[in-house]
Design a protein around this ligand. Structure first.
Ligand code: PSU
Ligand code: MN
Length: 313
């Protein structure tokens, strides 16, 4: 028999990742949509290495997740990262798409939602991204609410992010996270970060000072069996590294007008908005995006190491 359905391995874990998981050392999952759809080529390939290196610098093992030719890969080789970063037509796979892509032998990049689900399947407890998806502005009419929220609402992973993308309705997103019983921890801040901005204008419900404190939250939740949902660890850019708020607000307005004019809907909304930001901010949005993702990957590495220590003690 040939074809994707005859493939015994629908789910492969890179040996270095499998060894780290077996040894109980820190592992950090990384999403691939940010590489394939969120950052411009060819910079995305260099950034992929920098993000993985930030995890390694914290003494943890990175596992970038993607679907290649009908197989889920947890941890990518350099050649596989090349593929994910070079292919301009790679599909964006949320949770609902992963089973279809695997069954049909397709390839695609995983979002926060699908990366959370697949990390959990692999036994990885921490993952890093840039900004979460959430409730889009105008969602009362469009019903556009990212599947990221529901996924975090039912998957016990720690998601390290710089808040939710600032193109969203942040207040509504925080309400949904509350409804889903997802704790939101500000890392060394009382404010909920705004992705490109250090402060979204909303408070963070809880604050932690160290990666160890964040890991202790995940550990306590497991011991207490209140971990049916994930934890959001919100790590802001330093204020002096944020995108100028005036430029930011102008680009959000331009982006929303563009969506309206061009009738962009569904899963194309987020990539199109990010693309507009990158094209019109004179490199500022890209710089900030890269810095925040690398910062999140490093912090996620520290949390993964601390959590591994707590699990073993
Ligand atoms: N954060 C970024 N860049 C991105 C994304 C997040 O810095 O490209 C991606 C993530 O994969 C996230 C997705 O899960 O956008 C959300 O898309 P949607 O709004 O269609 O659910
Ligand atoms: Mn959407």
């Amino acid at each position: 028999m040939t074809g994707p359905l005859a493939t015994p391995d629908l789910f492969v874990v890179l040996p270095v990742v499998a060894q780290a998981l077996a040894a109980g050392t820190g592992v950090v999952a990384l999403e691939s949509t940010i590489l394939a759809q969120g950052l411009p080529r060819p910079d995305n390939r260099r950034i992929a290495d920098e993000v993985e290196d930030a995890v390694r610098a914290a003494s943890a093992t990175p596992a970038t997740i993607a679907v290649l030719d009908g197989v889920v890969h947890v941890g990518l080789t350099p050649a596989e990262l090349d593929r994910v970063c070079a292919d301009g037509d790679l599909a964006k796979l949320s949770i609902r798409d992963v089973g279809v892509a695997v069954a049909q032998g397709r390839s695609g990049a995983t979002t926060v939602a699908s990366t959370a689900a697949l990390s959990h399947r692999a036994g990885i407890e921490v993952f890093a991204t840039g900004g979460l998806g959430g409730v889009h502005r105008g969602a009362a009419e469009t019903f556009d609410v990212s599947a990221d929220l529901a996924a975090i609402g039912r998957t016990p992973v720690v998601v390290v992010c710089a808040g939710v993308k600032s193109i969203l309705d942040v207040a509504a997103t925080l309400e949904v996270l509350e409804t889903l019983s997802v704790p939101v921890l500000g890392y060394r801040t009382d404010r909920f970060p705004g992705f490109y901005l250090a402060d979204s204008g909303h408070p963070a419900p809880w604050r932690v000072e160290t990666a160890h404190e964040a890991a202790a939250v995940a550990h306590a939740r497991r011991v207490l069996a209140t971990d049916s949902a994930g934890v959001v660890l919100a790590n802001p850019l330093p204020a002096e590294r944020q995108v100028d708020p005036v430029l930011h607000d102008r680009l959000v307005a331009e982006g929303l007008a563009m969506l309206e004019r061009e009738g962009v809907r569904g899963k194309d909304v987020t990539p199109r908005l990010l693309e507009l930001f990158h094209a019109r901010s004179g490199g500022e949005s890209l710089r900030a995006n890269v810095e925040l993702v690398i910062g999140n990957a490093g912090l996620a590495g520290e949390v993964a190491v601390a959590l591994a220590g707590l699990r073993q003690s």
